[in-house]
Design a protein around this ligand. Structure first.
Ligand code: DP6
Length: 359
């Protein structure tokens, strides 16, 4: 599949006005994407659990206008005009306008809101960009005769990727791979694909409790972060390691070897942070409380033989991952030992979900 396949044929129908509303989730990577080349091509393949409760809901009203040279839009976030988010979305529209020529024929009014608290340190670009992409794909579906759901999902992921790489993994669920990988059938650098193999029961309905350690603005934007891998002394080995880890994780997910899962997932999280610790400029994105939580998890696991483990994003919050059957015990552990390290004792309970849905 090459990019030309995503340029639509003639628009069969004409619509003066249309409104679509979509909800798409955030996701949490198990093998991390960190390092990319133009245009939004990952240096290694990654895999994530799609979340269920952490999502963005976006409505776009399209009103037909005389064709313009650049996409015209207004943006409201949680009911208020939000001009400071506009440049990122303008760049997104600019990158995708060749694949969505109808963008230049409509004025768009975008209303967006997140289910999770704003500036909770949870990356909203994955859910935000994928929700916009789903609205555009819905318009495309109504303007063209193309009703091939597989193609439309693939294109939605392709467009999302051009907004934010990790957003390509938010269209479907529960597990999505993005990035070409020899052992994952159908995988591509251009879009995410559902993990194509049957997973062991222990990984079904996997739980993710997000411990909100630091709700501040991101210290390093993802653009700056990915750029730190250019010329990084460990970059090439890291990219190879991530692809090797995906091979190993693919087997783990199918075979249900949870002890191996824990080792691989925690190592991936710490490696992501190791890349930041060893870049120029260097960053420490964990906070003392992040480390306290990690220690608590390790002590709890040693004492109880629980299968809980952690992963991290490019920030201080901790994602606690565990099988559904341990939910009750882990909730108790969170209440008793972990909430004290969270800002305002806040956490968010989530679990693996199935991707976007129309509202
Ligand atoms: C650490 O997808 O936010 O969360 O493509 O520049 O928008 P851009 O980056 P982004 O990077 C996500 C990095 C990560 C790891 C991951 O989700 O795989």
């Amino acid at each position: 599949m090459n990019t030309a396949n995503f340029i639509p044929n003639i628009l069969e129908y004409s619509l003066e006005k249309a409104t679509y509303k979509w909800q798409t989730p955030s996701n949490i990577a198990l093998v991390k994407y960190w390092g990319k080349s133009n245009p939004q091509i990952p240096k290694n393949a990654s895999i994530s659990f799609t979340l269920n409760n952490c999502h963005t809901t976006t409505q776009i009203e399209f009103v037909k206008i005389e064709p313009t040279k650049t996409p015209l839009f207004e943006l409201f976030f949680e009911g208020k005009k939000k001009d400071d988010f506009k440049p990122k979305i303008a760049t997104f529209f600019d990158r995708i306008k060749d694949y969505c020529p109808y963008l230049l024929q409509y004025k768009m009014v975008i209303h967006s809101e997140n289910s999770f608290p704003h500036s909770s340190g949870i990356a909203s670009s994955a859910s935000g960009m994928s929700a916009i992409a789903m609205c555009l794909i819905n318009l495309e579906k109504d303007l063209t005769a193309n009703t091939n759901e597989d193609y439309l999902k693939q294109k939605a992921s392709f467009l999302s990727r051009l907004g934010s790489g990790s957003a390509s993994r938010s269209i479907e669920g529960p597990l999505v791979v993005w990035g070409k990988h020899d052992e994952i059938e159908g995988s591509s650098d251009l879009y995410g694909v559902k993990f194509p193999y049957e997973i062991a029961p222990i990984f079904k309905d996997f739980q993710d409790t997000i411990l909100l350690v630091d709700k501040g603005e991101k210290q390093v934007s993802s653009t700056v972060g990915h750029n730190l891998m250019i010329g990084h002394p460990y970059a090439e080995n890291r990219f190879k390691q991530a692809n090797d880890n995906l091979s190993i994780l693919s087997k783990i997910l199918q075979e249900g070897t949870i002890e191996e899962f824990i080792k691989l997932v925690e190592s991936e999280a710490l490696t992501l942070h190791a890349m930041m610790l060893t870049s120029h400029p260097y960053f420490i994105l964990m906070k003392p409380k992040t480390l306290e939580i990690i220690n608590e998890i390790w002590m709890y696991r040693a004492a109880t033989k629980s299968n809980v483990c952690f992963t991290l994003d490019a920030g201080a919050n901790v994602h606690l991952l565990y099988p559904k059957k341990e939910k009750e015990a882990i909730n108790l552990f969170i209440q008793e030992k972990l909430l004290r390290y969270c800002q305002n004792n806040q956490s968010i309970n989530d679990y693996s979900g199935l991707g976007g849905s129309k509202i």
